[in-house]
Design a protein around this ligand. Structure first.
Ligand code: RIB
Ligand code: CA
Length: 312
């Protein structure tokens, strides 16, 4: 087997973030150098607490967890308790984490790690607003060329928006940060709602978790809570499992298909703030800057989740 891929998970748990962290910690293909929490679904004090709760569910209290930015670069924080609950991880009661939160700020951890590791060997995996990543790029521009790749969950094209009619939550919360990341020149893979809305957590796909003991029970609790919002909203057969698509891509990219296109971020208009303006049909001469995914083999995705999380 080739060397595991070194990654930093930047996250706002969030039940779907939590499943993504479990998948990463259960997969030998990735080496999680650290987890940086960001304000998003809930404030950063809670996302940092939730990230540690998830690591303890996975039996990995050794993972380095850092708190990052507590607010977006230019806007007041918009949170999503209506989707994730007040704790951000509603659905099952979990004990407060015993493992420590690292003293260093998450942005400084990102900067120091990219400077310390050989250039081109660390992949950033943002699953929440891009505040930490963009702040690191602004504070230490030298690290931008050292990033191997960014694989992020965010944005939408055909699926337009989930927090406004025009924008997906992660991009909407901090569009200025998203603009910095999308214009950075770093190799970018985007998992938009167009993909994640095809990864629906149906009852049939949840059944295997019933035989996985405590970890399975925790995932079932999270999914039961998390999916109710999307089923009511979209009338779908289940909730979309957004963030684990980022980790699944690192393990098996062939599960996805998309186009290398130009994607720009709306930051000026309040009406369309945070819209990912994706040139899917190539109608402009703007230079492509992102591998924008459009499809997923959902059965393969859930098979991978079941297979790997069962090992925890
Ligand atoms: O729009 C979905 C995204 O916003 C997911 O990452 C979810 O966790 C929230 O952060
Ligand atoms: Ca998230």
């Amino acid at each position: 087997m080739t060397q595991p891929r070194k990654i930093i998970i930047d996250t706002d748990p969030g039940q779907d973030d939590a499943v993504a962290i479990l998948l990463a910690l259960a997969s030998p293909e990735v080496d999680v150098l650290g987890i940086t929490a960001v304000a998003g679904n809930v404030p950063v004090a809670l996302t940092a607490k939730n990230a540690r709760k998830v690591c303890e569910v996975a039996g990995r209290p050794d993972v380095l967890v850092y708190a990052g930015c507590e607010k977006p670069m230019a806007h007041t924080l918009v949170t999503a308790e209506h989707v994730h609950g007040v704790s951000g991880l509603d659905g099952i009661e979990l004990p407060d984490p015993k493992m420590p939160l690292q003293d260093q700020h998450g942005v400084d951890f990102i900067i120091d790690t990219l400077r310390a590791e050989p250039s081109g060997t660390v992949t950033l995996c943002p699953m929440g607003p891009l505040t930490n990543i963009a702040t690191a790029f602004e504070r230490a521009p030298d690290i931008i060329a050292r990033v191997q790749e960014i694989v992020l969950m965010g944005g939408a094209y055909f699926e337009v928006g989930n927090i406004t009619p025009a924008a997906e939550f992660n991009i909407y919360v901090d569009p200025e940060a998203a603009e910095i990341v999308f214009k950075s020149g770093v190799k970018l893979v985007v998992m938009p709602l167009d993909v994640t809305h095809k990864a629906l957590v149906t009852q049939e796909r949840l059944d295997p978790f019933k035989a996985m003991g405590h970890v399975g029970d925790v995932v079932l609790g999270w999914m039961d809570f998390f999916e109710r919002f999307d089923i009511e909203k979209y009338g779908s057969a289940g909730g979309p499992l957004h963030d684990p698509t980022v980790i699944a891509y690192l393990i098996n990219p062939d599960m996805f298909s998309g186009r290398f296109i130009n994607v720009e971020i709306e930051t000026k208009s309040e009406l369309t703030r945070g819209m990912t303006v994706a040139d899917w049909w190539g109608v402009t001469d703007r230079a492509p800057n992102a591998m924008f995914m459009g499809d997923i083999d959902a059965d393969a995705f859930f098979d991978l989740l079941n297979q790997r999380i069962a090992t925890l």
